[in-house]
Design a protein. Structure first.
Length: 368
């Protein structure tokens, strides 16, 4: 199993820190990823709020490329509909791959934040069609070295990407998948399914199986292990781990609810977000505290042994997977986040590296 670290770059909720101070603290934790033995580092694109302050993921990863030698560098994820020039994404990813000697991993998604769609002047109703066109332009460009397109939203005369892509991204392609219908899109693109531990794992497992069945049908081969993004508190004291999780996973999720307006009514008039409209209605019915408690229960926290048992249970439900783990979020004190990460690296990570991720019928461990 490969294990990466997902950097959130969340403004210091309740910490009274400037954005510069938040960046300095987070970068200190990012610098630990390679020496502590993790396999990759990832970041998510977001804009306009303190939920996640990483508006240019490729720029951050280029910075990390210059500070590392081994780890892979992943976007988790780039939101394609927000970008009015898909060719620009293609060349930035190609440049990152050249700078890092082929260590780039490309993850992308559709996005659901109204604040971001409105901020960029993009109608949310166009998100699916814009995503589909952008993905075609970018993927074709990275495979052929040329961008060219004549679609509804994007028109691009044939131009060469420089620096040229020097190896395929077909086995380095990831897509965020939260709604069941997105599982089909991920499989049809031949991408690796990337999930966030929001819904109960019993529910997520059904989406994963849908993805795997569709992937076999569309690609004619076994699907790769999924990638699960998960939040973690690792502590020698189980009671303290529970307290920290209840506080900071709670605060993180409240910030996510605010940023995405997940329990809002605005999804209802947008057909392409039917799944989120139904989810929002359920959240309003259950209430924020109940939903936040469910989110916390879907993550991992406790002693190293407790975390390993929990991850084993998740693997039993979800099947072959790799992990991206976030240790710093929700205003958690950075010193504590670092201690949690170091303990995880000493007592959990070596064990996870021994876990097989081979899908049924595959002899070798898949590489994320």
């Amino acid at each position: 199993m490969d294990v990466g670290m997902l950097s959130v770059f969340q403004a210091g909720l309740g910490q009274n820190l400037t954005d510069l101070e938040v960046y300095k603290h987070n970068l200190r934790i990012c610098d630990l990823v390679e020496p502590l033995g993790f396999d990759s580092i990832w970041a998510a694109e977001h804009h306009f709020t303190d939920y996640t302050m990483c508006p240019s993921v490729t720029e951050f990863l280029a910075y990390m490329a210059g500070r590392t030698q081994r780890i892979k560098l992943g976007t988790a994820v780039l939101i394609l509909p927000w970008h009015k020039d898909p060719g620009r994404i293609a060349v930035e990813v190609a440049m990152l791959d050249n700078l890092s000697d082929g260590r780039a991993l490309m993850g992308f998604g559709r996005g659901i934040g109204r604040v971001e769609y409105d901020g960029f002047g993009i109608p949310m109703e166009e998100s699916r069609d814009r995503f589909d066109e952008s993905a075609q332009i970018i993927l074709r460009g990275l495979e052929t070295g040329f961008i060219e397109y004549d679609g509804k939203f994007f028109k691009q005369e044939r131009r060469e990407l420089r620096p040229r892509p020097f190896k395929s991204f077909k086995d380095r392609l990831y897509m965020a998948c939260q709604s069941p219908d997105s599982a089909d899109v991920v499989a049809d693109l031949g991408a690796t399914m990337m999930v966030f531990a929001i819904s109960p794992w019993e529910t997520r497992a059904k989406d994963v199986e849908r993805y795997r069945a569709r992937y076999r049908q569309a690609q004619g081969k076994e699907p790769p292990p999924i990638v699960a993004n998960i939040f973690c508190v690792c502590d020698d004291d189980a009671a303290r781990a529970d307290q920290m999780a209840e506080k900071y996973m709670h605060d993180y999720w409240i910030s996510a609810l605010d940023h995405y307006e997940m329990d809002g009514t605005h999804f209802g008039d947008k057909k392409v977000y039917d799944y989120y409209a139904r989810s929002a209605a359920i959240m309003r019915d259950r209430g924020r505290e109940s939903v936040t408690s469910l989110f916390t229960n879907n993550q991992v926290h406790g002693t190293p042994e407790q975390i390993l048992r929990r991850l084993e249970r998740i693997r039993e439900m979800a099947g072959p997977l790799h992990l991206n783990v976030s240790f710093s979020y929700g205003g958690m004190p950075f010193d504590y986040a670092e201690r949690s990460m170091r303990l995880f690296s000493r007592e959990v990570l070596p064990e996870l590296h021994q876990w097989s991720c081979a899908a049924p019928g595959q002899a070798a461990r898949a590489s994320a």
